[in-house]
Ligand binder design. Structure first.
Ligand SMILES: O=C(O)CCC(=O)C(=O)O
Length: 268
């Protein structure tokens, strides 16, 4: 009897933990070709290479056709196999865990990124984007923008290592960067479908970024984006067990999830 109760409690804990974190989606890896991108971004994140232009000097670069049309379709299929949560207008999936909102607490309970995303991270690594483990992404926010939605100006802030890789899928968009202090728009960056945007340095620390609402004409394509970042504060294994398997931990994880969703919805 006690065993059955313990089993039921464990099952409930596992279910609640899954709801508190990202959605399981065990699609096979999407294999990326793009050998021409190998080494393309080596030293870029640290500002060690000569900037190509003013945008690059700010810490913003776009790599067109980072994925092929076939790879784009396969990635969208993987996303559509997962469950999106609606936040304001935009819809999202947290892959890799739910980033902590508050400064206190044990940090993100890390879940493995889905297998289908593995080659995307490998491709970013092969492009030379990451100079050390401290920047390698452990989290991916997948956004889906139904017609008429976008994301309001915001900074990604200190929760993440200051290096963002953002892959656009399905439709083009424009990302607007504005100075935090003056609110002056400094760049309107075209993000064609299949491109990779990377931003770091001043673009990360001193600027907000936003995506204007997507078009609403009949048949307008849905845009998706994969935003890959490193969550800095992660729970140690012991703390993670406590979060996942105690009532108090689960309550805290749920509260953190709602706080995270509230923070995100403020960007609408
Ligand atoms: O959709 C995008 O390309 C940007 C998403 C974004 O800014 C975010 O998720 O913080």
């Amino acid at each position: 009897m006690a065993e059955a109760a313990a089993e039921a409690a464990a099952e409930a804990a596992t279910k609640a933990a899954a709801e508190a974190g990202s959605e399981a989606n065990d699609r096979v890896p999407v294999v990326l070709a793009q050998p021409c991108h190998a080494g393309l971004l080596a030293g870029w994140a640290d500002g060690e290479v000569e900037p190509l232009d003013a945008l690059d000097a700010l810490g913003i670069r776009v790599v067109p056709e980072f994925v092929t049309a076939d790879e784009e379709a396969a990635l969208v299929e993987c996303l559509e196999a997962g469950r999106f949560t609606s936040v304001g207008g935009r819809e999202l999936q947290n892959l890799g865990g739910v980033p902590p909102v508050l400064d206190e607490g044990p940090g993100m309970v890390v879940e493995p990124l889905p297998e289908w995303l593995g080659d995307v991270v490998a491709a970013l690594n092969a492009a030379g984007l990451y100079s050390g483990e401290a920047a390698v992404p452990n989290h991916c926010l997948a956004n889906r923008y139904p017609p008429g939605t976008g994301i309001a100006p915001h900074c990604d802030g200190p929760r993440f290592a200051p290096l963002v890789a953002d892959i656009s899928l399905g439709a083009d968009a424009v990302m607007v960067f504005s100075e935090v202090a003056s609110r002056e728009i400094v760049a309107e960056v075209e993000l064609p479908a299949r491109s990779l945007l990377v931003f770091a340095r001043d673009a990360y620390h001193k600027h907000k970024h936003a995506i204007a609402s997507s078009p609403t004409y009949e048949g307008s394509p849905t845009r998706y984006s994969l935003t890959l970042r490193r969550v800095k504060r992660v729970a140690e294994a012991g703390a993670a067990r406590e979060i996942l398997y105690t009532d108090e931990g689960l309550r805290a994880a749920r509260a953190a999830k709602f706080a995270h969703l509230r923070l995100i919805s403020e960007k609408e």
